[in-house]
Design a protein around this ligand. Sequence first.
Ligand code: NAD
Ligand code: TYD
Length: 356
Amino acid sequence: MILVTGGAGFIGSNFVLDWLAQGHEPIVNLDKLTYAGNRANLAALQGDARHVFVQGDIGDRALVARLLAEHQPRAVLNFAAESHVDRSIHGAGEFIATNIVGTFQLLEAVRAHWGTLPAERQADFRFLHVSTDEVYGSLAPDAPAFTEQHGYEPNSPYSASKAASDHLVRAWHHTHGLPVLTTNCSNNYGPYHFPEKLIPLMIVNALAGKPLPVYGDGQQVRDWLYVGDHCSAIRRVLQAGRPGETYNVGGWNEKPNLEIVHTVCRLLDELRPRADGQPYATQITTVPDRPGHDRRYAIDARKIERELGWRPAETFDTGIRKTVQWYLDHPDWVAQVQSGAYRDWVATQYGAAAAA
Ligand code: NAD
Ligand code: TYD
């Protein structure tokens, strides 16, 4: 058994689905089902006894203690987080509560359980913390990509809260001996990505005939990785990573936002041309920049490749084509996630007209 937190979110649900499809051990999936958690992502596992879903909070130490005692997992993988930078700018409370205090409570519950295990099981146990490249801050255009040695310089409330959680995980290893692993991954994209983030937002807005809102000059650079490749990296780190180490995960795919948006538009022009024959790129609009917007992220993924032999399977071209096709093939999922709460968010961030 393994215990996964946040397994109803974007990356967590991809991880759970891939893990079970590959025939690994059963999973206990602890997820609070915030706006970002969606049981429909896990619909394929309905009736599958290898997947035990528990709605609850990583900050609920008694609940986590009970799950650990009952299921005796060999590992805990922590995906649960508040994850959207723009939401953290509107209000950081939930980010502090889940990403910092929640991770602390989770670590304490795990440490207490781990302390009761016999020596051999203690040595084999792993706590894998899923984190982000955003903890490293922003890079100048010509600066080398982030290595694991790069200093932590988080700039947004989101990245600051993730940085704090990484520090707690590190400290629980150095002080208490908990066998932890941390992964710092670049921007993911793929199926089940909630349409508040750049790529799925552009796909669903394009198809709905709505404006495609590009922040500022659109020249901010992100390093994109297909979600299935992030999941394979996590499996590999869990299997062979050295306790106490951190591993950067990335796809060597640095691209400015505007280029991403044009690529999505071109794929839609090919796969689902607009009824009026116009290109989707005509829907691109510029909107005011994000406060404190990080200019560039780039991951140096040589450590995980050298030490663990991990490499991404998808190129950006293959991954983005699969992703656009997935959204075209899943209109019901797209309709379901665009609930009232989603429309409220769109109105808050992009104005009432965008939510209409
Ligand atoms: P997401 O927002 O799609 O999903 C988060 C999940 O966590 C949801 O299912 C939500 O219900 C759950 N959750 C939130 N608070 C919780 C709590 N207190 N207790 C239990 N469950 C809770 O996020 P994601 O994009 O899937 O990201 C997963 C992890 O990967 C996060 O830790 C994030 O920081 C990290 N990460 C994300 C990216 C990316 O590009 N999306 C890149 C690198 C790292
Ligand atoms: P996002 O998907 O929110 O991920 P992150 O901020 O964690 O990197 O945004 C990716 C990039 O796209 C980021 O530079 C902000 C930009 N962006 C837009 O230009 N317009 C949008 O509507 C959104 C959501 C993001």
